[in-house]
Design a protein around this ligand. Structure first.
Ligand SMILES: N[C@@H](CCC(=O)N[C@@H](CS)C(=O)NCC(=O)O)C(=O)O
Length: 214
């Protein structure tokens, strides 16, 4: 199978502290696709400028520009990159009904419990917010317990090999300790992180300096 290549590097509008941005960069790297990172300064509110809102009316990163195509939302971008450029799209997003649904289930987790749990717990610390994180941390552990149980049944979230389910969920789980969500009690989850990190082309997100949201 031959992979298509973009005519020019794909522009990724994002932030180095954004796990949503990182999941896109991670998949671009796994696919070996050229990209150019364009930083959007979230602390300065650049995601709400009229120019950026043209790219994403929700005022959030990441957004990609691939030639004439502008696309927002990390999970939508993963699906796009896979269908457009992967040599074997079925590897990352199975073609059979149940396989596809299993991946979609974890994309929903990434946009739901992961986003309102470990991701928010980290934002509270990174942005030096004063609000009580107890409930968010507790909610995060509810998710981690489910993931730990499911990963006792299979090596990757949606089956025997890595799929978009793992790409979408990896970053905010790996960085959960930055939000005071410890992974200590979850050995299977930590083994899964290592399995994802062993994929050829894996690139980590840099650890964030606490209280310094750039
Ligand atoms: N559903 C979106 C969520 C993206 C998101 O939450 N982005 C955050 C950074 S990680 C953001 O841009 N926050 C700035 C804001 O909401 O003002 C996606 O998956 O791309």
């Amino acid at each position: 199978m031959t992979a298509t290549r973009p005519a020019q590097p794909i522009k990724v509008y994002g932030s180095p502290i954004s796990g949503h941005t990182h999941r896109v960069k991670l998949f671009l790297s796994l696919l070996g696709l050229p990209f150019e990172a364009v930083e959007v300064n979230l602390r300065a509110g650049e995601q709400r400028t009229p120019e950026f809102l043209q790219r994403n009316a929700f005022g959030q990163v990441p957004v990609i520009e691939d030639g004439d195509t502008t696309l927002a939302d990390s999970n939508a971008i993963l699906v796009y990159l896979n269908e457009r450029y992967a040599a074997d799209p079925a590897r990352w997003y199975p073609r059979d009904a149940l396989g596809a649904a299993r991946v979609q289930r974890w994309l929903s987790v990434a946009a739901g419990p992961l986003a309102v749990g470990p991701s928010v717990a980290r934002v509270i610390v990174l942005f030096g917010q004063t609000r009580d994180a107890t409930e968010v941390i507790s909610r995060s552990h509810d998710l981690l317990r489910v993931m730990e149980r499911e990963l006792s049944e299979r090596p990757f979230l949606a089956g025997a090999s890595a799929t978009l389910a793992d790409i979408a969920n990896h970053t905010y789980i790996a960085h959960a300790p930055e939000g005071n969500v410890s992974l200590e009690a979850y050995p299977r989850l930590r083994e899964w992180l290592a399995r994802v990190e062993a994929l050829p082309g894996f690139v980590p997100m840099a650890p964030s300096r606490i209280g310094l949201a750039a």
